[in-house]
Write a protein that binds this ligand. Structure first.
Ligand SMILES: CCCCCCCCCCCCCCCCCCCCC/C=C/C(=O)SCCNC(=O)CCNC(=O)[C@H](O)C(C)(C)COP(=O)(O)OP(=O)(O)OC[C@H]1O[C@@H](n2cnc3c(N)ncnc32)[C@H](O)[C@@H]1OP(=O)(O)O
Ligand code: FAD
Length: 638
């Protein structure tokens, strides 16, 4: 193997000159990014714990076969659980551990959907029975909603749950091939239980889709129970990536479960076979999705900031062209084109961090209200979680890919960390609701609001995120017919939904800046980023703004000038702004993004570690290359 000098690998901070340029207190910004001094402490401690433990190594994922990869994930999940128990980590610390372990696993669905579904849709009694088992991981659950034939259209699910009053049981059945459950994470090889969604049939009458707790596998030997056919759905996009997850297929053949395993907070079936609806809205059956959409928004800033951190550090290291008198070439980060692609993504990472924080607050608020039987803010909470999930995941997936391109050829190497990050992240645009389908929900909410504006029947004034609608006069003129023409106009309505969500992100960023933010220069940096975020959107969509007369061509030109000036203000602070994310090299998983910027020796070293380089002459030489070279190919047995 070709070696690299030890001194080249260790100790020198190649980005020190960049760090010295920064004009603000990076440690104070770290606290702002983390959310509070306490959150920073937890995050910093747990990230270092994971990074220093070889049990959580992840640099070999792209070279493992699916079986090796999956077994390694099982080992890591068990090891993570042991660490959590041994160190008596709090729930907050455990969640951070899962975050820094950075490997999608069945545990995400157990903690992220199975448990929340029981908490949100189960009765007190059901919670008391199932939650202690789930918290100790004595049972492992998944969320089995989507089927081969239907994902978006939840009302179209075909699995049935028929009540048998003779035995006080439900019979869960998959009547068609398309009713096979398809996609649930953790289902393929691990889950012992599922929250399965099925059409409820009582006394021959259908009552829509409800959730049921169904045991799938034996707790003794893990074999599927009678009537259950279950397995993995196969390899997904990218090496490593989401293939650590066992997304599964499941068929029920008249599987019987006791009546008390229907989640009965929203509606109940009595032993006499009576269906009763409580006074909570039916939409609470969808509550787990609202919860997860909110966590996905909070996570978007993590994925985007990670890609931006890699691309920013590498852009400061990489030099191309522009050498004067034999001096160094220009750092690519100094090119205005690089800045105009990179800095809006840096600003978006911060914007998404704050919108995630706000959405958490909104979710906590609606949860509290629901407990007090106040359902008034549920439609807005649904629209915000759906719309912001769509907006942030689309922008993040696109942003990760842009960061890969910003790193030129080296961005295409797995060791850049970017291909895997993209492959793991991009399904977020589809799961928990296809992004277009979710925007249509927002559009529906907006059109409903518009149709009520000025209506004599409705005395309610729009509040919260739609309060601005009363100030937009020409909406009043659009009221007529839009409800009837919804499907025809849906492509335009989706654009309106995106614009509405962008407005929420910008306004919440501005609100954040109205708070006291300690630390030298921190607030000023955030103001610059906020302005970049808003003006970049204005620039990108200037056609819409101009055609609707919201701005003049002069405004558009001024905005563009201002944007260029803002990029120059960010430039000296760019490295410090990504340092503020406080990511370890382990978490970044990228040679291009390593803290010390010592990229080239590390790339060189890593190449020699590739399995192809284990031998100088490759396997297959004698069979395929030599006969070719010796012109013996026609006689060789291929
Ligand atoms: C290794 C370490 C281990 C250590 C241990 C760790 C310890 C702790 C760690 C914690 C870890 C946490 C991890 C969390 C990570 C989470 C991981 C996530 C992974 C994601 C996996 C993916 C899962 C899934 O994808 S699940 C399936 C999701 N499916 C969907 O989203 C389907 C999309 N479709 C729909 O939601 C609906 O059908 C919809 C919205 C399209 C509605 O269609 P419709 O038919 O038009 O509407 P209808 O049903 O008739 O509704 C009418 C009415 O209701 C309103 N509505 C709809 N939805 C909602 C809602 N959710 N809430 C409120 N209201 C709603 C709708 O707008 C209509 O209103 P009106 O217009 O007023 O009538
Ligand atoms: C990695 C991954 C993990 C998943 N994990 C789980 C899980 O744990 N549990 C679970 O239950 N499910 C899971 N899913 C399933 C996921 O929730 C669905 O795939 C998702 O909701 C999209 O539904 P669909 O596949 O039916 O897409 P479709 O609805 O078939 O989408 C196909 C196309 O049709 C368009 N479209 C659909 N409806 C409309 C409409 N009304 N108007 C306009 N356009 C429309 C969409 O925009 C899209 O372009 C997972 C999926 C993935 C990829």
């Amino acid at each position: 193997m070709e070696g690299v000098g030890e001194e080249e690998m260790e100790g020198v901070d190649h980005l020190a000159h960049e760090r010295n340029k920064s004009e603000f207190d990076v440690d104070a910004m770290k606290i702002v990014w983390a959310g509070s001094p306490h959150a920073f402490d937890v995050s910093d401690r747990i990230s270092k714990l994971v990074a220093s433990d070889p049990g959580f190594r992840k640099d070999n994922r792209s070279t493992l076969s699916r079986k090796e990869l999956f077994k390694n994930t099982l080992r890591k999940a068990a090891y993570a659980w042991k660490t959590i128990v041994d160190l008596r980590l709090s729930e907050e610390e455990a969640a951070k551990l899962r975050f820094y372990v950075d490997e999608p696993a069945f545990t995400d669905l157990h903690w992220g959907m199975f448990i929340p579904a029981i908490k949100g849709q189960g009765t007190e009694e059901q919670q008391q029975k199932w939650l202690p088992l789930a918290y100790k991981m004595q049972i492992i659950g998944c969320y089995a909603q989507t089927e081969l034939g239907h994902g978006s259209n939840v009302q179209g699910l075909e699995t049935t749950a028929t009540f048998d009053s003779q035995t006080d049981e439900f019979i869960i059945h998959s009547p068609t091939l398309t009713s096979s459950k398809w996609w649930p994470g953790g289902l393929g090889k691990v889950a012992t239980h599922a929250i399965a969604y099925a059409r409820l049939i009582v006394g021959g009458r259908e009552h829509g889709v409800h959730g049921f707790i169904v045991q799938l596998r034996s707790l003794e030997d893990h074999s599927p129970l009678l009537g259950i056919t279950v397995g993995d759905i196969g390899m997904k996009f990218g090496n490593g990536a989401y293939n650590t997850m066992d997304n599964g297929v499941l068929q029920f053949d008249h599987v019987r479960i006791p009546r008390n395993q229907m989640l009965m907070r929203v509606s109940q079936v009595t032993c006499e076979g009576k269906y009763k609806q409580s006074d909570v809205p039916r939409q609470l059956v969808y509550g787990t999705m609202v919860y997860v959409r909110q966590t996905i928004v909070a996570d978007a800033s993590c994925a985007l900031s990670r890609a931006v951190c890699i691309a920013t550090r590498y852009s400061a290291v990489r030099r191309q062209f522009g050498s004067q008198n034999g001096g160094p070439e220009t750092q690519v980060i100094d090119y205005k084109t690089q800045q105009s692609r990179l800095f809006p993504l840096l600003a978006s990472a911060y914007a998404f961090r704050f919108i995630g924080e706000w959405l958490k607050w909104l979710y906590a608020d609606v949860t509290q209200r629901l407990q007090a039987n106040d359902f008034s803010t549920l439609p807005e909470a649904h629209a915000c979680t759906a719309g912001l999930k769509s907006l942030t995941t689309t922008a993040t997936a696109d942003g990760i890919e842009e960061c890969r391109k910003l790193c030129g050829g080296h961005g295409y190497l797995c060791s850049s960390g970017l291909p895997e990050l993209f492959a793991v992240y991009v399904p977020a645009c589809t799961y928990e609701g296809d992004n277009t389908v979710l925007l249509l929900q927002v559009a529906r909410f907006l059109m409903k609001t518009v149709s009520q504006l000025g209506s004599r029947l409705s005395s309610k004034k729009p509040v919260g995120t739609i309060a601005y609608m009363t100030r937009v006069e020409h909406l009043m003129q659009c009221r007529c017919g839009v409800q009837r023409g919804f499907a025809e106009l849906s492509a335009d309505l989706v654009e309106a939904a995106v614009a509405h969500c962008q407005l929420i992100v910008v306004s919440k960023f501005i609100e954040k800046l109205q708070q006291e933010i300690p630390g030298k220069g921190v607030k000023q940096q955030l103001e610059v980023l906020c302005n970049i975020y808003a003006l970049f959107l204005l620039h990108k969509h200037q056609g819409d703004f101009l055609s609707t007369g919201c701005i003049t061509p002069k405004h558009a030109a001024l905005a563009n000038d201002e944007l260029r000036s803002l990029y120059s203000q960010v430039r000296p602070n760019a490295i410090a702004l990504v340092d503020a994310f406080n990511y370890t090299d382990h978490y970044l998983g990228s040679i291009l993004g390593c803290y010390d910027g010592n990229v080239y020796p590390k790339l060189y070293e890593a190449a020699w570690k590739d399995p192809l380089n284990e031998s100088v002459v490759p396997d297959g030489y004698h069979l395929y290359i030599r006969p070719l070279l010796k012109q013996e190919i026609r006689t060789a047995r291929l």
